[in-house]
Design a protein around this ligand. Structure first.
Ligand code: ADP
Ligand code: ADP
Ligand code: ZN
Length: 214
């Protein structure tokens, strides 16, 4: 099963992608996580990506496409994967389709998690990420057992720099300009399915499982 998660920043793509990956035993591939790991490790890619991410801008397509194409070619992707945060532009989607076609494959579903802009800033200001393992929480909607301590690894929780309200608004604008056109792109290819992302995390997941099958 090859799945793409679409939706605004903070819509819940990562939250649902992790649950999909666990239920269907496929890898969760998050380009945001890959970039943050590169930044943490001080790689050249990380240094380049950071200058864009800090401004709420997209990293240029040429720094993203090869990385994802290489990743989906790895052995653990043989039975599928869930892509979270990629593609984010039409050229990225076209490059992915081309690479998949060469492999004799295609995407099964692009799942659009719908959340209106009004809800997003609140979502993002409450998002907390573990500095150690990258797990994501929300101070109200997905709290940890102990305040400010990761449930899985006891790492410290932080508010991502790019989740501060001034950057979130910028990212939303970028989303509407560059990423939202993918909804039409996948609709035309008959791959788009939509779920309401404003309801409980578990209810969103139930809706996704209904689409993907038990
Ligand atoms: P969100 O949780 O808002 O969906 P991500 O963790 O997916 O954010 O991405 C964080 C940042 O990493 C983005 O704002 C962007 O700068 C960069 N990024 C991630 N994926 C891509 C991509 N496919 N193309 C370009 N930039 C990307
Ligand atoms: P994305 O990957 O699309 O940027 P995340 O999965 O990181 O989004 O979710 C953004 C924030 O909203 C996180 O703090 C997460 O815990 C919270 N969240 C995710 N889904 C829901 C939901 N259905 N209801 C309330 N909060 C949610
Ligand atoms: Zn952790």
């Amino acid at each position: 099963m090859r799945i793409i998660m679409l939706g605004a920043p903070g819509a819940g793509k990562g939250t649902q992608a992790k649950k999909i990956a666990a239920k269907y035993s496929i890898p969760h591939i998050s380009t945001g996580d890959i970039f943050r790991a590169n930044i943490k490790n001080g790689t050249e890619l990380g240094k380049k990506a950071k200058t864009y991410m800090d401004q709420g801008l997209l990293v240029p397509d040429e720094l993203v496409v090869d990385l994802v194409v290489d990743r989906v070619n790895q052995d653990d992707c043989a039975n599928g994967y869930v892509l979270d945060g990629f593609p984010r532009t039409i050229p990225q989607a076209e490059a992915l389709d081309k690479a998949l076609m060469e492999m004799g494959q295609s995407i099964d579903y692009a799942i659009n998690v719908e959340v209106p802009d009004e809800n997003i800033v609140q979502r993002m200001s409450g998002r907390r990420a573990c500095v150690n393992c990258g797990a994501t929480y929300h101070i109200v909607y997905a709290p940890t057992k102990k305040e400010n301590v990761c449930d899985t690894c006891e790492g410290e929780l932080i508010l991502r720099d790019d989740d501060k309200p001034e950057t979130v608004q910028k990212r939303l604008n970028v989303y509407h300009e560059q990423t939202q056109p993918l909804i039409d792109y996948y609709t035309e290819k008959n791959k788009l399915v939509e779920v309401d992302g404003t309801i409980d995390i578990e209810k969103v997941f139930d809706a996704i499982v209904k689409i993907l099958g038990e």
